[in-house]
Design a protein around this ligand. Structure first.
Ligand SMILES: Cc1ncc(C[n+]2csc(CCOP(=O)(O)OP(=O)(O)O)c2C)c(N)n1
Ligand SMILES: CC(=O)[C@@H](O)[C@H](O)COP(=O)(O)O
Ligand SMILES: [Mg+2]
Length: 628
């Protein structure tokens, strides 16, 4: 039995000495490497916080003390130390342990995350609640340097610094977001990390003071006590100090004893404290240390070599998007691209290397990314902002107020639209049609395959006004890619199959299921039309009205929540047109969706041929479909 098996709750850690802790840290790293090599997951970030997490749990008393993790992708160590070792092998799997903090999973997960830069706000909330209720516990936010680039983090620092409440922000600085970290704050942290003057000057000043005849030693002692004022002497203008925080650091986050010592110091200070901890992303596993970006969120891999299992598959939508954008940008020098800290995830890394002056990584700042794009557009450029669907939720008002209201020529590329798989409910991109569809002036399109994606991107860049283009996380359909790109008329759907008994309508690649279902229905004597809607806004009103009158039965399917989605848009259209008597079935999600493999999630939620057949049965077009 290893040491890890003997840790049932965090307090078990407190009886270990530093040699045992070193052994435990190794066991934790091995466990994470083994499990993530099978399930996939956020390995590098977790390897980097082993000593830090041990130190936090040894210094503080969770769940009495509140530990709020930012993003939450680095909570595997925390999970292993808080009674979840037995389920750890199920992490990120269907019905398994979540890859992020989950309140329902443990009392030690006091706040759920997945989206970045929320931890300080939540921690101020916990701290203020404690103050109001006159309770007595510690509150910590653990935030990475990447997450610290997000606007919410600055808003919360601003609030916390003035509030004078007791709370601790642990800044885990590994110089990395998913890719190398960007921005002025990152440069500032780098200056703090690398400034040799801090320790040197402190020693020099103490030495000089001690040499003042008669009173030197006394003064040196007084100054050493007044550490904060000494620090002002040494590192003037520390941003965090100016904001009202006591700044402690930078310290080596892999020095177990030192981290514990400084956290303990922070614990006894009054008011907000920021502890700046320097760690190495991927620490302890060479492939991850060498490629922290690849091992940020990694699929299954060989633990010996760190190599991913290669499966031959068509290119992903993301890859086709990135390559098509580069091809178009070669011809048009006005095209520029913007990423919010995800150049490789969005396929814009290729653009970044080909057109470095025309590429902008703004950090984890989706709101800024969108308004910045509006500014670029009014400055006569053609900006393409590529953000995951789930992270566009952050930029709702910027799209509405800064892009749509002013009709800015901005292309909003919505990557990871639809369910995304193992990251689960925090990351599924299943709301964007609903929240974008209500925005006046916004054209919304989604391709049925990667070839259509290319034409749509071309169309979006030709169009005058805001366009949103949504596509999923998955690999493409493996179709041939046309060399010459063409405009797809705005608001025109595509009839994939004629039919007179029922109309199956889909948007995005999920529409391909309708073709398969139409064949099945044919065997059952039902003649189904299939429409690739292409545009949710504007709708192809004429075509939809024609098929409503002809078939009188509609089945819609979308990789999206039902409320406010594509099916809802068509229902609204029928109502507006006063068309009655159309029997309607909508397939999509009803609320948050669990984690799990994408095909399984589709199946569970009826986004399948069987699901369409069952819908046809409910419409009484066919008799009962066999249950399996
Ligand atoms: C709002 C939002 N945008 C983008 C992301 C994607 N994302 C997840 S982790 C991450 C990098 C975080 O870097 P950091 O906080 O430094 O943590 P590290 O992985 O380095 O430990 C990004 C960009 C996100 N989770 N939330
Ligand atoms: C934690 C986080 O938000 C990202 O790391 C996300 O998991 C990336 O998802 P993809 O794997 O789809 O790029
Ligand atoms: Mg980081």
């Amino acid at each position: 039995m290893g040491l890890l098996e003997k840790i049932y709750e965090p307090k078990d850690l407190r009886r270990l000495d530093f040699t045992e802790l070193e052994t435990l840290a190794q066991e934790i790293r091995q466990k994470m490497i083994d499990v993530v090599s099978k399930n996939g997951g956020h390995l590098a970030s977790n390897l980097g916080v082993v000593e830090l997490t041990l130190a936090i749990h040894r210094t503080f008393d969770s769940p009495h003390d509140k530990i709020v993790w930012d993003v939450g992708h680095q909570t595997y160590v925390h999970k292993l130390l808080t009674g979840r070792l037995d389920w750890f092998s199920t992490i990120r799997q269907y019905n398994g342990l979540s890859g992020f903090p989950k309140r329902a999973e443990s009392v030690h997960d006091c706040f759920e995350t997945g989206h970045s830069s929320t931890s300080i706000s939540a921690a101020v909330g916990f701290a203020k609640a404690r103050d109001v209720l006159r309770e007595n516990h510690h509150v910590l936010a653990v935030i990475g340097d990447g997450a610290m680039t997000g606007g919410m983090a600055f808003e919360a620092l601003n609030h916390a610094g003035q509030s004078e409440t007791n709370m601790i922000v642990v800044l885990n600085d590994n110089e990395m977001s998913i890719s190398p970290n960007v921005g002025a704050m990152s440069s500032y942290l780098n200056r703090l990390r690398t400034d040799p003057r801090y320790d040197k000057r402190k020693e020099d000043i103490e030495y000089l003071l001690k040499r003042i005849p008669g009173i030197g030693t006394q003064v040196a002692k007084m100054v050493a006590k007044a550490k904060d004022s000494l620090k002002y002497l040494l590192v003037p203008g520390l941003i965090f100090e100016e904001l009202g925080f006591t700044y402690l650091g930078p310290i080596d986050g892999h020095d177990q004893a030192l981290v514990e010592q400084v956290l303990d110091q922070a614990k006894h200070k009054k008011g907000p404290v920021l502890v700046h901890v320097v760690t190495r992303k991927g620490k302890g596993y060479r492939p991850a240390e060498e490629n922290p970006d690849i091992f940020h969120g990694v699929g299954p891999f060989d633990t010996e070599t760190g190599k991913r299992t290669k499966i031959s598959a068509p290119p992903t939508y993301t890859t086709v998007f990135g390559e098509t954008l580069c091809a178009l940008a070669k011809e048009d020098p006005k095209i520029v691209a913007i990423s919010a800290a995800m150049p490789s995830g969005t396929g814009l890394n290729v653009f970044a290397s080909q057109f470095p002056e025309r590429f902008f990584d703004v950090g984890i700042a989706e709101q800024h990314a969108v308004t910045f794009a509006a500014g670029l557009a009014f400055g006569a450029l053609k900006p393409v902002v590529a953000i995951y669907s789930t992270f566009y939720q952050r930029a709702f008002d910027q799209v509405l107020h800064d892009v749509c209201l002013q009709q800015a020529n901005v292309v909003l590329a919505i990557d990871r639209a639809g369910v995304v798989g193992d990251d689960g409910p925090t990351h599924h991109g299943v709301f964007d049609i609903s929240f974008f569809r209500i925005m006046p002036n916004l054209v919304i399109m989604a391709p049925k395959d990667e070839n259509e994606l290319r034409h749509m991107l071309y169309t979006a860049l030709q169009y005058c006004g805001p366009v949103a283009l949504r596509y999923p996380r998955s690999v493409g359909q493996g179709v041939k890619l046309d060399e010459t790109l063409m405009n797809i008329p705005i608001g025109k759907a595509e009839v994939l199959r004629q039919g007179k008994d029922v109309t199956l309508i889909g948007i995005g690649p999920i529409v391909n299921l309708c073709l398969l279902a139409a064949q099945e229905l044919r065997h059952r004597g039902v003649d189904a039309a299939v429409i690739n809607l292409r545009y949710v806004n504007p709708l192809d009103r004429e075509l939809l009205i024609h098929y409503a009158r002809l078939t009188k039965h509609f089945i819609t399917i979308e990789d999206q929540v039902l409320k406010g989605g594509m099916g809802s848009a068509i229902l609204e259209l029928l109502e507006e047109e006063g068309i009655e008597g159309v029997a309607f079935e909508r397939l999509g999600y009803d609320g948050f969706v669990d984690q799990g493999p994408i095909p399984q999630l589709h199946k569970v939620h009826g986004l399948s041929v069987k699901g369409i057949m069952q819908a046809a049965e409910r419409l009484q077009l066919i008799r009962r479909v066999a249950q399996s």
